[in-house]
Ligand binder design. Structure first.
Ligand code: ADP
Ligand code: ASP
Ligand code: MG
Length: 464
């Protein structure tokens, strides 16, 4: 058994979906396959944006909804013949439900996380239903509702999976299933009250890994619009190239630091069962892509460079901090209680300060909360008011073998220095699998290209 996942651009229109179906047909010739699909193209973005519009202007929200519906209708027209009428009416019902949710939003003037999860779920509910029906005309296939199988807590937009229940749900469904291919929506799940939850933006990769682990699949294939995990974001670094083999930990680190091609939580379930993950290109299926496993063939000591834009640094400092116990515990507690995730902790040069990198959108909340938490110490002058520095980015070099090689950080910082990139903070993970630098956002492109040239292109240049 294999699990295949196709992302938004792989299913953005009828032509692409035909490519997807050809791949699934081929992959399911000799074994059963579970196929996880994302919403068509940008549908999730559009559903969310319609939600925000509905708060002010219901007509505008309905216009966006109409655009989404046109795409879905077009795909049904192009790809379904036998059950066209039934599918059309099922899809029309789903859109009617959506309209009434948006109308409710407009009346209540409130868009809660619970409602946001509900409206975002329609993308995958629709896409999986339509693709499964298109597939049925070509091979033996069925559709199953992911919300029935993946059970989570109540964190509606970033739900935590209950693997104990989920694994049983998945195995009992697949034990009974007689069809060669099962299509499932990614990203969507439900809590114990059967309310819809979602696994976080980009979460379809994670859904696929959850299915693969529960089923003990032989391989998880993530099909996307590039030929694997690249040495750097190919949209920013033109010279970037696919990495042929990489370890789970390296892949996790690269994705945590911004390689969007894989949603960070995806690795964990597959790693637990040692299921190899292959990243492949829907538009170039012959390309081998990237293999993620426990024993990657030796490659470069630096496997990739990733980056996250829109970072802020939050610092608390003060001479009085040294003597007060539990300051960092309280600092991190405040952030974690507010669900603000800390992307990076920098090594402070003195004990007088703690500095963390967080997503820019969390900055004002973080500043307010930390100032509130340390109000007393601040009033006594032991700690200064929180400092926030904005418009920053993190750049990370990643590689399991980096710790065995001396001078890599020297080379990294010398390269940045030579290119006049100002380094605001440095962090090195305890695993030594990663060295990260915080730089100004405006310098990202220059910094990435310079580092890519030094770590990946120089050998090639010398050979030439
Ligand atoms: P999907 O819709 O298939 O899930 P995503 O848009 O989530 O696809 O991820 C694929 C995109 O990730 C690529 O088009 C590329 O722009 C971006 N990306 C960022 N960093 C990397 C990287 N290191 N390797 C490959 N792709 C990357
Ligand atoms: N459709 C969801 C999103 O856009 C999940 C995914 O595509 O992975 O975030
Ligand atoms: Mg994705």
């Amino acid at each position: 058994m294999k699990v295949l996942k196709f992302g938004g651009s792989s299913v953005a229109n009828s032509e692409n979906i035909q490519k997807v179906l050809a791949i699934v047909k081929q992959e399911s010739k000799n074994e059963k396959v579970a196929v996880v699909v994302s919403a068509f193209g940008k549908t999730t973005d559009q559903l969310i944006s319609a939600g925000n519009k509905a708060l002010k202007n219901i007509a505008e929200a309905k216009e966006t909804l109409e655009t989404i519906k046109e795409l879905h209708d077009q795909i049904i027209t192009d790809l379904i013949t036998t059950h066209k009428k039934e599918v059309r009416s099922e899809v029309a019902d789903l859109f009617k439900k959506l309209v009434s949710i948006y109308e409710g939003l407009y009346l209540l003037q409130e868009l809660s996380d619970k409602t946001l999860a509900k409206i975002s779920s329609f993308g995958e509910r629709l896409s999986s239903l339509i693709i499964a029906n298109a597939a049925k005309e070509l091979f033996d296939a069925t559709h199953e509702e992911s919300r029935k199988l993946i059970t989570t807590n109540n964190d509606y937009l970033n739900a935590q999976v209950n693997f104990k229940i989920t694994d049983v749900n998945i195995t009992s469904f697949f034990d009974k299933n007689k069809h060669q291919v099962v299509f499932l929506g990614g990203f969507i799940s439900s809590n114990s009250n059967h309310e819809t939850t979602t696994l976080g933006r980009g979460g379809s990769d994670y859904s696929a890994s959850i299915y693969a682990a529960a089923l003990g699949a032989k391989e998880l294939q993530i099909w996307t619009d590039v030929s694997g995990m690249f040495t750097a974001n190919p949209r920013v670094v033109k010279q970037a190239s696919p990495i042929s083999e990489i370890s789970y930990e390296e892949a996790m680190e690269l994705s945590h630091f911004g390689a969007k091609v894989l949603y960070p939580p995806t690795i964990q379930p597959s790693l637990r069962k040692e299921i190899p993950i292959r990243i492949k290109n829907t538009f170039d299926p012959e390309n081998l892509g990237t293999l993620i496993s426990n024993n990657p063939k030796n490659g470069n000591e630096v496997k990739g460079i990733s980056h996250i834009e829109n970072i802020s640094l939050i610092t608390i400092e003060g001479g009085g901090m040294v003597g007060i116990p539990g300051i960092s515990k309280r600092f991190f507690e405040v952030l974690s209680n507010a669900k603000i995730s800390v992307v990076l902790i920098t090594q402070a040069s003195s004990e007088h300060s703690i500095c963390v990198g967080i997503a820019a959108e969390d900055t004002s909340a973080a500043v307010a909360l930390v100032n509130e938490a340390f109000e007393f110490e601040m009033s006594q002058g032991k700690i200064k008011a929180v400092i926030a520095e904005n418009d920053l980015a993190i750049i990370a070099l990643v590689g399991d073998q980096m710790k065995k090689h001396q001078g890599l950080s020297g080379k990294m910082f010398a390269t940045l220095g030579k290119n006049n990139v100002n380094i605001r903070a440095i962090a090195q993970g305890a695993s030594e699998r990663n060295i990260s630098a915080v730089v100004e956002k405006v310098d990202v492109k220059k910094a990435l290209n310079a580092l890519h040239e030094v770590f990946f292109e120089e050998n090639i240049k010398q050979l030439n």
